[in-house]
Each structure stands twice: as structure tokens, then as C-alpha cells.
Design a protein around this ligand. Structure first.
Ligand code: PFF
Length: 472
């Protein structure tokens, strides 16, 4: 029996779902920290250029390939470009599979910190407690990690199980407005705080002396990650778009919202950090530290965040919602491949794919001290150095391989497919119609997709190959 292929019920529903995929841990967990590490200002500017010059054109390319063929990643590339291109789609499905396996673990941490901060909101912050220790203990507790990741995986599977309209779109419509509201509230509060001026200056005042080639490439790599590009997620979401919606307008809105939210989240986090004067501690604890060590502590510190103890649990609700609207798009890439290409019914396909991904989530969940084999797993020798930069643990290796290899190579293949192998009439037919906004020019898009984007992406890959730059 073939099932009716789902469609978004409206343009707003689609935009919310795609924006939900883009806004995630990349915005709240990765972007603020890489901005910190690269000294703000100039890095942010380069990132914005990458988003506009590479991210936006590829967003349009992925959505148009999806809408044209009404198929998920593998089938869409086969039909739009040629049978061999199905391999690029497979690469994307594999990338979604691996990314989901470890993304779920960080998402699970938001559940833990929600429970902790909610407890402290009621009972008060325990005197002398060390957030660093709490963090390390929870991440090394294998049973707890498996429980949290399982909880988050079940939530993801439950949404995708109900399909595009009744699952993904419904949840995005409900959660994205809540996410925007929480962020607006935190943003408003941050303006009343002393450190906000310093935070804004750090983020927006460019000083190019601080910038090196590695930062430029890191900004480009993150542009892919944050916009969910390079692995067919937007091809898949695009395949459910109705004919009367403008791909160009939708792409513009999704990219703009994702960028604004990343900047807003960064302003909030830096304001809190500058107000408390905790710059040194943040640099020491790394990416994970900013979101799960410094912030919870600061929410409860005397006189830093007004109403902090009430805002803390709310903040982790925000992280969890942002993560869920991303994990559901990752699972959709894998499940829709099985549904479209192997004719398996959605319910069964979702359970199968969710279960298979969870086997690897177990490895990721135990990567922080929960089990020796997962924590110390590594690939020795030159191959390990090249593909995993000598990283240990399933989590470390998977994150490195996805960010440094899978997304950039997938992204390069997709730009080449759209720019050089698809017929002009096919792409123009999707991008230009009476719904297209006046600012759009097909020729400008074609120039970016044929030359600018592939050259920039090729530069990342060459940098990784020859100069060992790390984007994870
Ligand atoms: N864009 C997500 C984030 O910024 O957290 C990550 C992501 C989700 C990447 C879905 C790719 C994807 F298909």
C-alpha cells in the first residue's frame, strides 16, 4: 500500500518547521562559544557574510530540489540530477543518522539541567555547590545519560511517527512561538543588566587583527551546521512544500530568523557572563561549559540576573524545545528515505530508524566517562588523524567527522548538482514565479551557486585536508 505523501498545511507551518530545524543547539551551544573563542566582532561579520553568500543560495537550492521532485534526499537528487547523485543523498542520510546519534545526548542534558534548576528554584541553590562538578558527574553517570537520551529519543520518534502535518508541523507551530517568547523575555531582562554594553561591543565591534584563516573557515563550517544544510534536511522539508509558496521568500525568512536568534542568544549569554565578570571561567570550561556550567551558576548568583532563579528552568525549556525541533528534522531525513525509497509505512519506518539511531546514541551517551570503551574509543594512525583529528570517544569522533567532512562535502556536492547539473529551466521554474519577491534575481543566485558557494566550500575542504582546521 502506498501512503499519501504529506504536505505542509500552510506556508507558515512550513516556515516554522524549517526554522525549527535550523534553530537548535548550533545557535545556543556552538555559535556563542565559537564567537567567544574567536573574539567576537570580526568573526561575527565573517559569519554573516558566509550566511548570506553561501548559506542563503544553498538553502534555496536544497528547497527547490525538494519541491521540484516531491521526494526526500536520495530520490530527489536521483530525479533532479541523475541516478548516480542518489549517492550524495545517501551520504546525507548517513550524516543525519550520525548527527542525530550524538545531538540527542546534548539535548538530553537540557532535560537534566531543567530538572536541577527547577529544583533549585523551589528549594534554593545549595550552598557551596560546584556546577563544574555537577556537570562532570552527570555526564559520567552512564545510567543517567542513557535515561536522558532515551527520553529525548522517544520524544523525537513520537513526533516523526505522526508525520509531516500531525507531528512535525504541529509541534513546530506550538513550540517555536514559545521559544521566541522565552528568548524575548530573556533578551529584555539582559538589557537591564550591567554587562549588556560590554557584551554588545564584544559581539558587534569588529577588530580584524584577531581574525585568521582558521576563523574564516570555522565561520563557513558553522553556517552549514546552523542552517541544517549539506545533508538533505532542507531537500526533505522542501519536498512537502506546496506549489503556491515561494521558495525564495521562505529561504530568506528561515535564514534571517536563524541568524537573528543566534545573535540574540549570544547577546543574552555574554551579558550574563560580563555582568558576573566570569570571562576566565568560560574560556576554561569550553563549549559545553558556557551552556551547562557558567549559565546555571550565574542564574542563581546574587544580583546578576534579575529573577534569575525563575528564568533558569525556563532557559533549559528553551534549549530542549530548540533541540527537539532539530532532532525531528534529522530523524525525518532518515525515516523519509526509508519510506520513499523502500516503501515502508511511516509508523514502522520511524520506529525502525529511531531504534537504529539509538544504538549509536548509546555509544554517544557513554562517551563522557559512562563506559570505558565508548569514552576511549579512537582510530589510531594517519587515518584517525585525518578523519577524526585524533579525537577519542564516539561522541568526539562523530562530531568531528560530521562537521569537518560530511557537511562540507555534502554541501559541495549539492551546490554542484544545483548549479552545474540541473537544467536552468528546472531551477528557474522553481525559483521564479508570481510569488517571487522583487529583490530576487535568478542570475545573481546562479552566479553564487555555480561559483561563489562551491569555491568557498572547496576552500574549507582543502583547509581541512592540508591545514588540519577543526570545525567541531
Ligand atoms: N541546525 C541545527 C542546529 O543549529 O543546531 C543542527 C542541524 C539540524 C543540522 C538538522 C542539520 C540538520 F539536518
Amino acid at each position: 500500500m502506498t501512503e499519501q505523501r504529506g504536505n505542509w498545511t500552510s506556508s507558515a507551518g512550513f516556515i516554522l518547521a524549517a526554522t525549527g530545524s535550523a534553530i537548535g543547539l548550533g545557535n545556543l551551544w556552538k555559535f556563542p562559544f565559537i564567537t567567544w573563542e574567536n573574539n567576537g566582532g570580526a568573526f561575527v561579520l565573517v559569519y554573516l557574510v558566509c550566511i548570506a553568500a553561501v548559506g542563503l543560495p544553498i538553502m534555496m537550492a536544497e528547497l527547490l530540489i525538494g519541491r521540484k521532485t516531491q521526494k526526500s534526499a536520495v530520490g530527489a537528487l536521483k530525479e533532479a540530477v541523475g541516478p548516480a547523485w542518489g549517492l550524495v543523498g545517501m551520504w546525507g542520510v548517513l550524516c543525519g543518522f550520525i548527527l542525530l546519534s550524538y545531538y540527542t545526548v546534548i539535548a538530553g542534558w537540557s532535560l537534566f539541567f531543567f530538572a536541577k534548576t527547577a529544583g533549585w528554584m523551589v528549594g534554593g541553590f545549595p550552598a557551596g555547590a560546584s556546577l563544574g562538578e555537577i556537570f562532570t558527574e552527570q555526564s559520567a553517570n552512564g545510567t543517567l545519560q542513557l535515561g536522558l537520551s532515551l527520553g529525548f529519543s522517544i520524544a523525537t520518534v513520537s513526533v516523526v511517527y505522526f508525520g509531516v502535518q500531525k507531528g512535525i508541523e504541529k509541534i513546530a507551530r506550538l513550540f517555536l512561538p514559545i521559544l521566541f517568547l522565552i528568548l524575548a523575555l530573556l533578551f529584555t531582562v539582559s538589557f537591564a543588566m550591567e554587562g549588556s554594553g560590554e557584551a554588545l561591543a564584544f559581539i558587534f565591534r569588529p577588530s580584524f587583527g584577531e581574525l585568521d584563516g582558521g576563523s574564516v573557515l570555522e565561520a563557513l563550517g558553522h553556517a552549514f551546521f546552523t542552517l541544517s544544510l549539506g545533508m538533505g534536511a532542507m531537500i526533505t522539508y522542501g519536498s512537502y512544500i506546496a506549489r503556491n509558496q515561494s521558495v525564495v521568500k521562505a529561504s530568506g525568512i528561515i535564514v534571517l530568523l536563524d541568524t537573528v536568534i543566534a545573535l540574540v542568544a549570544t547577546v543574552i549569554m555574554f551579558t550574563v557572563i560580563f555582568t558576573a565578570g566570569m570571562q576566565d571561567q568560560v574560556s576554561e570550561t569550553g563549549t559545553v561549559g558556557m551552556l551547562f556550567i557558567s549559565l546555571p551558576q550565574l542564574f542563581f548568583a546574587e544580583g546578576v540576573v534579575p529573577g534569575g532563579r525563575f528564568l533558569a528552568p525556563l532557559f533549559y525549556v528553551l534549549v530542549a524545545l530548540a533541540a527537539l525541533t532539530s532532532t525531528m528534522s534529522l530523524l525525518e531525513v532518515v525515516a523519509s528515505y526509508v519510506i520513499d525509497e523502500h516503501g515502508i509505512a511511516r509508523g514502522k519506518a520511524t520506529l525502525m530508524c529511531g531504534g537504529a539511531v539509538f544504538v549509536f546514541t548509546i555509544l554517544a551517551a557513554l562517551s563522557f566517562g559512562g563506559a570505558d570503551f565508548a569514552t576511549s574509543m579512537s582510530v589510531p594512525g594517519p587515518i584517525g588523524d585525518l578523519f577524526f583529528a585524533g579525537k577519542t570517544s564516539w561522541f568526539g569522533m562523530a562530531d568531528h567527522f560530521v562537521s569537518n567532512w560530511m557537511l562540507p562535502t555534502g554541501g559541495l556536492a549539492i551546490t554542484i548538482a544545483a548549479g552545474w547539473f540541473m537544467a536552468r529551466e528546472a531551477s528557474e521554474g522553481e525559483l521564479v514565479d508570481d510569488t517571487t519577491p522583487g529583490w530576487f534575481s535568478y542570475d545573481v543566485w546562479a552566479f553564487f551557486i555555480r561559483f561563489v558557494a562551491p569555491a568557498a566550500v572547496a576552500a574549507i575542504i582543502i583547509a581541512v585536508l592540508f591545514f588540519g582546521v577543526d570545525f567541531s
